[in-house]
Design a protein around this ligand. Sequence first.
Ligand SMILES: [Zn+2]
Length: 280
Amino acid sequence: MDIEKLRFGYESRLFDILEAQLGQSLCQGAVQAQNMLQTWKRNLLGNAVCVTAELLPEVHRHYQRCLDMLGANLNGDLFVQQGMEYNASVFAYQNKFDVLINSSLLNNFTPDEWRFVFGHELGHVIFGHSRFSVREILANMPDVSADTADMLFRWSRAAEVSADRIGLLCCGKLTDAVIALFKTASGLSGIDADRVLASFRRQYDSLETQLREAGTDGFAWVRTHPMMPIRFKALELAALDIVSLRHNPSGFSWKGFRLIDDQIARILESLDLMSFLKVS
Ligand SMILES: [Zn+2]
Protein backbone atom coordinates (compact mmCIF):
# COMPACT_ATOMS: atom_id res chain seq x y z
CA MET A 1 0.00 0.00 0.00
CA ASP A 2 1.49 3.33 -1.05
CA ILE A 3 0.50 5.41 1.95
CA GLU A 4 2.32 8.52 0.74
CA LYS A 5 -0.37 8.82 -1.93
CA LEU A 6 -2.95 9.45 0.81
CA ARG A 7 -1.24 12.74 1.69
CA PHE A 8 -3.65 15.62 1.11
CA GLY A 9 -2.63 17.23 -2.19
CA TYR A 10 -3.30 20.71 -0.82
CA GLU A 11 -0.77 20.03 1.96
CA SER A 12 1.92 19.19 -0.64
CA ARG A 13 1.18 22.33 -2.63
CA LEU A 14 1.38 24.53 0.47
CA PHE A 15 4.64 22.86 1.50
CA ASP A 16 6.19 23.64 -1.91
CA ILE A 17 5.19 27.31 -1.53
CA LEU A 18 6.62 27.42 2.00
CA GLU A 19 9.86 25.80 0.89
CA ALA A 20 10.22 28.45 -1.79
CA GLN A 21 9.49 31.24 0.70
CA LEU A 22 11.44 29.98 3.73
CA GLY A 23 14.05 27.66 2.20
CA GLN A 24 16.91 27.28 4.66
CA SER A 25 14.81 28.13 7.73
CA LEU A 26 12.70 25.01 7.24
CA CYS A 27 15.88 22.87 7.19
CA GLN A 28 17.25 24.47 10.37
CA GLY A 29 14.07 23.33 12.08
CA ALA A 30 14.90 19.77 11.04
CA VAL A 31 18.31 19.85 12.80
CA GLN A 32 16.65 21.01 16.02
CA ALA A 33 14.07 18.24 15.70
CA GLN A 34 16.64 15.51 16.41
CA ASN A 35 17.66 17.13 19.72
CA MET A 36 14.04 17.75 20.61
CA LEU A 37 13.23 14.07 20.21
CA GLN A 38 15.77 13.25 22.96
CA THR A 39 14.26 15.84 25.30
CA TRP A 40 10.76 14.64 24.49
CA LYS A 41 11.72 11.02 25.24
CA ARG A 42 13.32 11.99 28.58
CA ASN A 43 10.18 13.86 29.58
CA LEU A 44 8.00 10.90 28.69
CA LEU A 45 10.16 8.43 30.62
CA GLY A 46 10.12 10.77 33.60
CA ASN A 47 6.49 11.87 33.62
CA ALA A 48 4.36 9.36 31.68
CA VAL A 49 3.87 5.59 31.62
CA CYS A 50 5.01 3.40 28.72
CA VAL A 51 2.22 1.17 27.39
CA THR A 52 3.58 -2.38 27.18
CA ALA A 53 1.88 -5.67 26.36
CA GLU A 54 2.25 -6.71 30.01
CA LEU A 55 0.75 -3.52 31.44
CA LEU A 56 -2.14 -2.84 29.04
CA PRO A 57 -2.47 -5.79 26.65
CA GLU A 58 -5.59 -4.56 24.82
CA VAL A 59 -4.31 -1.04 24.21
CA HIS A 60 -0.92 -2.38 23.18
CA ARG A 61 -2.52 -4.85 20.75
CA HIS A 62 -4.53 -2.13 18.99
CA TYR A 63 -1.51 0.18 18.81
CA GLN A 64 0.56 -2.66 17.37
CA ARG A 65 -2.18 -3.38 14.81
CA CYS A 66 -1.84 0.20 13.55
CA LEU A 67 1.96 -0.11 13.30
CA ASP A 68 1.66 -3.43 11.45
CA MET A 69 -0.93 -2.07 9.05
CA LEU A 70 1.19 0.95 8.15
CA GLY A 71 4.30 -1.23 7.89
CA ALA A 72 6.63 1.66 7.15
CA ASN A 73 9.46 0.52 9.42
CA LEU A 74 7.98 2.64 12.17
CA ASN A 75 9.81 2.54 15.46
CA GLY A 76 8.13 4.17 18.42
CA ASP A 77 6.53 3.62 21.81
CA LEU A 78 3.14 4.63 23.14
CA PHE A 79 2.98 6.50 26.44
CA VAL A 80 -0.01 7.43 28.57
CA GLN A 81 -0.26 10.28 31.06
CA GLN A 82 -2.98 11.41 33.45
CA GLY A 83 -5.14 13.98 31.72
CA MET A 84 -8.82 14.83 31.46
CA GLU A 85 -8.58 16.42 28.01
CA TYR A 86 -9.01 14.17 25.01
CA ASN A 87 -5.56 14.84 23.71
CA ALA A 88 -2.79 12.93 21.94
CA SER A 89 0.48 14.08 20.47
CA VAL A 90 3.57 12.75 18.78
CA PHE A 91 7.10 13.85 18.26
CA ALA A 92 9.19 12.28 15.53
CA TYR A 93 12.59 12.43 13.98
CA GLN A 94 12.69 10.47 10.72
CA ASN A 95 11.13 7.09 11.54
CA LYS A 96 11.80 7.30 15.32
CA PHE A 97 8.99 8.68 17.40
CA ASP A 98 6.93 8.43 20.58
CA VAL A 99 3.18 8.85 20.88
CA LEU A 100 1.67 10.35 24.03
CA ILE A 101 -1.99 9.94 24.89
CA ASN A 102 -4.07 11.22 27.80
CA SER A 103 -5.64 8.66 30.14
CA SER A 104 -9.19 9.99 29.54
CA LEU A 105 -8.90 8.93 25.93
CA LEU A 106 -8.09 5.34 26.88
CA ASN A 107 -10.86 5.32 29.49
CA ASN A 108 -13.65 6.82 27.37
CA PHE A 109 -12.92 5.85 23.76
CA THR A 110 -13.60 2.42 22.27
CA PRO A 111 -10.72 0.36 20.82
CA ASP A 112 -11.84 1.28 17.26
CA GLU A 113 -11.73 4.94 18.25
CA TRP A 114 -8.27 4.45 19.84
CA ARG A 115 -7.06 3.21 16.48
CA PHE A 116 -8.30 6.39 14.82
CA VAL A 117 -6.30 8.42 17.35
CA PHE A 118 -3.17 6.21 17.09
CA GLY A 119 -3.42 6.24 13.28
CA HIS A 120 -3.78 10.03 13.23
CA GLU A 121 -0.59 10.45 15.28
CA LEU A 122 1.27 7.86 13.18
CA GLY A 123 0.07 9.76 10.10
CA HIS A 124 2.01 12.77 11.36
CA VAL A 125 5.09 10.53 11.57
CA ILE A 126 4.69 8.96 8.13
CA PHE A 127 4.12 12.31 6.46
CA GLY A 128 7.05 13.91 8.30
CA HIS A 129 4.99 16.65 9.92
CA SER A 130 7.46 16.97 12.81
CA ARG A 131 10.19 18.08 10.41
CA PHE A 132 9.54 21.60 11.57
CA SER A 133 7.29 23.36 14.02
CA VAL A 134 5.09 26.23 12.88
CA ARG A 135 5.25 27.81 16.32
CA GLU A 136 9.06 27.66 16.44
CA ILE A 137 9.44 29.16 13.00
CA LEU A 138 7.14 32.01 13.97
CA ALA A 139 8.95 32.48 17.30
CA ASN A 140 12.42 32.45 15.68
CA MET A 141 11.49 34.57 12.69
CA PRO A 142 9.56 37.55 14.02
CA ASP A 143 9.89 39.35 10.69
CA VAL A 144 8.06 36.64 8.75
CA SER A 145 5.38 38.23 6.53
CA ALA A 146 1.67 37.94 7.30
CA ASP A 147 1.30 36.05 4.04
CA THR A 148 3.94 33.45 4.99
CA ALA A 149 2.53 33.12 8.52
CA ASP A 150 -0.91 32.50 7.01
CA MET A 151 0.63 29.92 4.68
CA LEU A 152 2.27 28.12 7.65
CA PHE A 153 -1.07 27.82 9.45
CA ARG A 154 -2.79 26.70 6.28
CA TRP A 155 -0.15 24.00 5.81
CA SER A 156 -0.54 22.92 9.42
CA ARG A 157 -4.32 22.59 9.07
CA ALA A 158 -3.96 20.70 5.79
CA ALA A 159 -1.49 18.36 7.56
CA GLU A 160 -4.26 17.45 10.04
CA VAL A 161 -6.45 16.36 7.13
CA SER A 162 -3.65 14.07 5.88
CA ALA A 163 -3.20 12.61 9.39
CA ASP A 164 -6.95 11.99 9.77
CA ARG A 165 -6.82 9.81 6.65
CA ILE A 166 -4.27 7.52 8.28
CA GLY A 167 -6.49 7.51 11.37
CA LEU A 168 -9.40 6.27 9.27
CA LEU A 169 -7.20 3.73 7.50
CA CYS A 170 -6.23 2.27 10.90
CA CYS A 171 -9.71 2.33 12.43
CA GLY A 172 -11.52 1.16 9.28
CA LYS A 173 -14.93 2.79 9.70
CA LEU A 174 -16.06 6.38 9.12
CA THR A 175 -18.51 6.28 12.05
CA ASP A 176 -15.77 5.32 14.55
CA ALA A 177 -13.48 8.04 13.21
CA VAL A 178 -16.26 10.63 13.36
CA ILE A 179 -17.30 9.64 16.87
CA ALA A 180 -13.68 10.03 17.97
CA LEU A 181 -13.72 13.56 16.50
CA PHE A 182 -17.10 14.23 18.10
CA LYS A 183 -15.98 13.07 21.54
CA THR A 184 -12.86 15.21 21.25
CA ALA A 185 -14.91 18.28 20.30
CA SER A 186 -17.84 17.83 22.68
CA GLY A 187 -16.56 15.69 25.54
CA LEU A 188 -19.77 13.63 25.19
CA SER A 189 -20.10 9.86 24.86
CA GLY A 190 -22.91 7.44 24.05
CA ILE A 191 -24.58 9.42 21.27
CA ASP A 192 -25.95 7.53 18.30
CA ALA A 193 -23.64 7.67 15.23
CA ASP A 194 -26.41 8.82 12.85
CA ARG A 195 -27.18 11.79 15.07
CA VAL A 196 -23.50 12.65 15.32
CA LEU A 197 -23.08 12.52 11.53
CA ALA A 198 -26.20 14.66 10.96
CA SER A 199 -25.06 17.19 13.53
CA PHE A 200 -21.57 17.51 11.98
CA ARG A 201 -23.11 17.95 8.50
CA ARG A 202 -25.43 20.70 9.73
CA GLN A 203 -22.67 22.41 11.64
CA TYR A 204 -20.29 22.31 8.69
CA ASP A 205 -22.92 24.05 6.54
CA SER A 206 -23.49 26.73 9.19
CA LEU A 207 -19.74 27.26 9.64
CA GLU A 208 -19.23 27.58 5.91
CA THR A 209 -22.00 30.19 5.68
CA GLN A 210 -20.61 32.00 8.71
CA LEU A 211 -17.09 32.17 7.24
CA ARG A 212 -18.46 33.31 3.90
CA GLU A 213 -20.63 36.04 5.38
CA ALA A 214 -18.71 37.25 8.40
CA GLY A 215 -15.14 36.03 8.08
CA THR A 216 -13.35 35.06 11.28
CA ASP A 217 -12.32 37.22 14.15
CA GLY A 218 -8.73 36.69 13.06
CA PHE A 219 -8.05 34.57 16.12
CA ALA A 220 -10.17 31.47 15.91
CA TRP A 221 -8.89 30.67 12.45
CA VAL A 222 -5.23 31.14 13.33
CA ARG A 223 -5.02 27.69 14.78
CA THR A 224 -2.98 24.78 13.67
CA HIS A 225 -5.86 22.32 13.86
CA PRO A 226 -8.72 22.84 11.44
CA MET A 227 -12.05 23.18 13.13
CA MET A 228 -13.79 19.86 13.75
CA PRO A 229 -16.64 20.22 11.22
CA ILE A 230 -14.06 20.88 8.50
CA ARG A 231 -12.02 17.84 9.49
CA PHE A 232 -15.30 15.90 9.46
CA LYS A 233 -16.17 17.12 5.96
CA ALA A 234 -12.72 16.26 4.60
CA LEU A 235 -12.91 12.81 6.18
CA GLU A 236 -16.46 12.09 5.02
CA LEU A 237 -15.64 12.93 1.41
CA ALA A 238 -12.57 10.65 1.37
CA ALA A 239 -14.03 7.87 3.51
CA LEU A 240 -15.40 5.52 0.83
CA ASP A 241 -12.04 5.50 -0.93
CA ILE A 242 -9.97 5.05 2.21
CA VAL A 243 -12.10 2.18 3.48
CA SER A 244 -11.99 0.45 0.09
CA LEU A 245 -8.20 0.94 -0.05
CA ARG A 246 -7.98 -0.76 3.34
CA HIS A 247 -9.96 -3.78 2.12
CA ASN A 248 -8.55 -4.10 -1.39
CA PRO A 249 -5.24 -2.23 -1.86
CA SER A 250 -4.40 -3.88 -5.20
CA GLY A 251 -7.74 -3.05 -6.85
CA PHE A 252 -7.83 0.52 -5.62
CA SER A 253 -8.38 3.41 -8.07
CA TRP A 254 -5.97 6.24 -7.22
CA LYS A 255 -7.38 8.18 -10.14
CA GLY A 256 -10.79 8.42 -8.47
CA PHE A 257 -9.15 9.29 -5.18
CA ARG A 258 -7.21 12.20 -6.72
CA LEU A 259 -10.51 13.71 -7.94
CA ILE A 260 -11.97 13.57 -4.42
CA ASP A 261 -8.72 14.96 -3.03
CA ASP A 262 -8.93 17.91 -5.45
CA GLN A 263 -12.52 18.54 -4.40
CA ILE A 264 -11.49 18.65 -0.71
CA ALA A 265 -8.56 20.94 -1.58
CA ARG A 266 -10.93 23.36 -3.30
CA ILE A 267 -13.13 23.44 -0.17
CA LEU A 268 -10.23 24.11 2.22
CA GLU A 269 -8.61 26.59 -0.10
CA SER A 270 -11.80 28.62 -0.50
CA LEU A 271 -12.32 28.66 3.31
CA ASP A 272 -8.66 29.67 3.77
CA LEU A 273 -8.91 32.42 1.20
CA MET A 274 -12.10 33.95 2.50
CA SER A 275 -10.75 33.93 6.06
CA PHE A 276 -7.43 35.48 5.08
CA LEU A 277 -9.06 38.19 2.99
CA LYS A 278 -11.37 39.06 5.85
CA VAL A 279 -8.61 39.39 8.47
CA SER A 280 -5.82 40.93 6.42
ZN1 LIG B 1 -2.86 16.07 14.57
